[in-house]
Design a protein. Structure first.
Length: 346
């Protein structure tokens, strides 16, 4: 087992261990005195991993109730959030109990927001079961839902009590979902760690499991360092959004239904690097292509930029974007939105 201690306003540990799902009850029992838990998952993870977690939780003495919703970004909605509140109420969850998010980024995001807001705050645990959620969304305390106006526009900062990452759970992922997670992993190498980027460059989707534990650890440790310096996203934490300005625009253009977040991040990184740091472009594209990620988009920039104008990283008439001019180094650039449009070629 590898441990990462995250020191924020609510300190917690991230446990990285193969077979960790089967020990989840033991680990969760260390962060709560209650033995009552509400497990929130989706209908795919329910079939793959719920029983393992339930068996472990029950062996540790927990009384568990379960709510499963349809897999996919459309479930990260106000309507589904209301369903979760109703479930928590019907399960008689109190402030002294614990909520468990078992699943990928959608499960973690909406469960975290429910935990932040139900009864004005209930402790929760993240058990991420996708690569993307392990290295990114489960750590750092950002929780949110989508509304028609944009992705992740309604949310709260809510740090988990514990995060359990089981690399063996990733073996159940379809190649396209594993590929999606690599969009965020490549981002971490680009913004902070050239050696990590080189490690990923030396492998591909077929040999990824050989480096999985080390890669997940290093990605989470990068996010830990950034989050500890800027928990509430007022400065340095913006670097974690490399590729996201255009990536979220691609997701929005596709109505958040048929375009994966990690694919958007990869395409967004490549598109902005093409425009503003062309010397790095081919190296980045080659790495993304090795993990079957898009390296650009045929959608006209004129159709994507209106989505960028609604991005939550905007400030008045300005926009913040992230650029890497060297692998492992990045900078935050703030420009008027009109200037960003000009730089992107419109």
């Amino acid at each position: 087992m590898k441990k990462i201690s995250v020191k924020t306003s609510h300190p917690y540990e991230v446990l990285i261990e193969r077979g960790g799902l089967a020990k989840s009850g033991e680990y969760i029992s260390r962060v709560t005195n209650s033995r009552k838990a509400a497990i929130i998952t989706d209908d795919i993870v329910e079939k793959l991993h719920l029983q393992t977690v339930l068996d472990s939780m029950k062996a540790a003495g927990f009384e568990c109730s379960v709510f499963a919703f349809p897999n996919g970004e459309p479930s990260k909605s106000l309507a589904n959030l209301g369903n979760i509140y109703d479930f928590l109420c019907e399960s008689n969850i109190t402030r002294s109990d614990i909520i468990v998010a078992l699943g990928g980024g959608v499960v973690g995001d909406i469960t975290g927001f429910a935990a932040a807001s139900y009864l004005r705050g209930v402790e929760f645990v993240q058990i991420p079961t996708t690569l993307l959620s392990q290295v990114d969304s489960s750590v750092g305390g950002k929780t949110a839902i989508d509304i028609p106006g944009g992705k992740n526009l309604v949310g709260a900062f809510k740090q988990p009590a514990l995060v359990i990452c089981d690399s063996d759970a990733l073996k159940t992922l379809p190649p396209e979902v594993l590929s999606e997670g690599m969009g965020e992993c490549i981002k971490y190498g680009m913004i902070r760690d050239e050696k990590l980027f080189g490690l990923m460059e030396s492998h591909d989707l077929e040999t990824l499991d050989e480096i999985m534990d080390e890669m997940v650890y290093r990605c989470i440790d990068i996010k830990r360092a950034v989050v500890e310096n800027d928990e509430f996203d007022r400065g340095e934490r913006m670097i974690l959004n490399f590729g996201h300005t255009l990536g979220h625009a691609l997701e929005g253009w596709h109505n958040y239904t048929d375009y994966a977040h990690g694919a958007g991040v990869a395409a967004g990184m490549c598109m902005i690097t093409d425009k503003l740091a062309p010397r790095l472009s081919e190296r980045l594209k080659k790495c993304c292509a090795a993990y079957r990620l898009p390296t650009g988009s045929d959608i006209p920039m004129s159709e994507l930029l209106p989505f960028c104008s609604k991005d939550k990283k905007n400030e008045k008439k300005d926009i913040n974007y992230i650029i890497c001019k060297e692998v492992g180094k990045c900078e935050i650039v703030k420009v008027p939105f009109s200037e960003f449009c000009r730089l992107m070629g419109e």
